[in-house]
Write a protein that binds this ligand. Structure first.
Ligand SMILES: CSC[C@H]1O[C@H](OP(=O)(O)O)[C@H](O)[C@@H]1O
Ligand SMILES: Nc1ncnc2[nH]cnc12
Length: 288
């Protein structure tokens, strides 16, 4: 098996891991501009894997969901050798049984974002990757295993609706998403998961449920105050699960992400623009 590198994308409330050792800070320039912050590269004690960490909003939470440079983040992680991606995200719950304080290992997405670049293949070269199963089931199983000793409830599987934000939803919107059968709501996993797929990176989301959004007349509507209060209580669980995962990274050679580009590129080699070829060198190498 090739060397394993776990990339952790930290969401709201998760701006450092606490357990990373032998840390170096790596600044990466990408063809898409700068990632949200310098990437921390280190190790987990007594583990073999390299661990990369990037806070998607930047340290100090400087980038809104709409202004995060998702392409630069995914590109930088791939350039640094990521083989597995764990996305950690705060979400609202759209289901009674998914209570604030619990965790969800997300396996589906509904993309309602409106103003984000969601592909590496927008100019000079066209690709259509399969996205029926947007997360890596092998990595999801490993996250579930890693969460087994956690004292919080973990729901395996769930659909994440990604809104543009930064405002939270109206009650009418929240009820519509519930009616669609979605489980949780957030603002950041799209296009992150799509880009990870295009970069052939196995990706899974560990969602920290912070609130019940605003679909219920019996419950307090989501507020930043409530989100922060719950995050302060639960982010430690995400840190511990990520640490356990770093010790037990699975073989993801059969992940749906692994050969996502194999038959996805439709542009012929002679028609591929030289600029696109150069821009995608980090991903396609000699393939383009
Ligand atoms: C702080 S509440 C709203 C904010 O939190 C979530 O971000 P992340 O997925 O990075 O944890 C949500 O999507 C919003 O961006
Ligand atoms: N209710 C909610 N809607 C959107 N993003 C969230 N992040 C945390 N709670 C959320």
């Amino acid at each position: 098996m090739k060397a394993q590198t776990l990339a952790i994308i930290g969401g709201s409330g998760l701006y450092e891991m606490g357990w990373l050792e032998d840390i170096e800070e790596v600044s990466v320039a990408t063809p898409y501009g700068l990632p949200s912050d310098a990437i921390l590269r280190g190790r987990v004690r007594d583990g073999e894997a390299t661990v990369l960490f990037i806070p998607r909003h930047g340290r100090g939470h400087r980038f809104s969901p709409s202004t995060i440079n998702y392409r630069a983040n995914i590109c930088a992680l791939k350039m640094l050798g990521a083989t597995h991606v764990l996305s950690v995200s705060a979400v609202g719950s759209l289901r009674e049984e998914i209570a604030p304080g619990s965790l969800v290992i997300v396996d589906q997405f509904v993309d309602l974002t409106k103003r984000r670049t969601s592909t590496f293949f927008d100019e000079g070269i066209v690709a259509h990757v399969a996205f029926a199963d947007p997360t890596c089931p092998i990595l999801a199983d490993a996250v579930q295993q890693a969460a087994q000793s956690s004292s919080v409830q973990v729901h395996k599987g769930g659909t994440y609706v990604c809104i543009e934000g930064p405002q939270f939803s109206s009650r009418a919107e929240s009820q519509i998403y519930r009616g669609w059968g979605a489980h949780v709501i957030g603002m950041t996993n799209m296009p992150e998961a799509k880009l990870a797929r295009e970069a052939e990176l196995p990706y899974v989301t560990l969602a920290l449920v912070t609130d019940y959004d605003c679909w219920s007349a019996d419950k307090e509507a989501v507020s930043m105050e409530a989100v922060v209060e719950v995050l302060n209580r639960t982010v430690g669980h995400a840190r511990e699960i990520a640490r356990a995962l770093a010790h037990t990274l699975p073989d993801v050679s059969t992940s749906p992400a692994q050969h996502a580009l194999k038959r996805a590129i439709i542009t012929t080699a002679p028609a591929t623009g030289p600029d696109a070829r150069a821009r995608l060198e980090w991903l396609l190498g000699r393939r383009a």
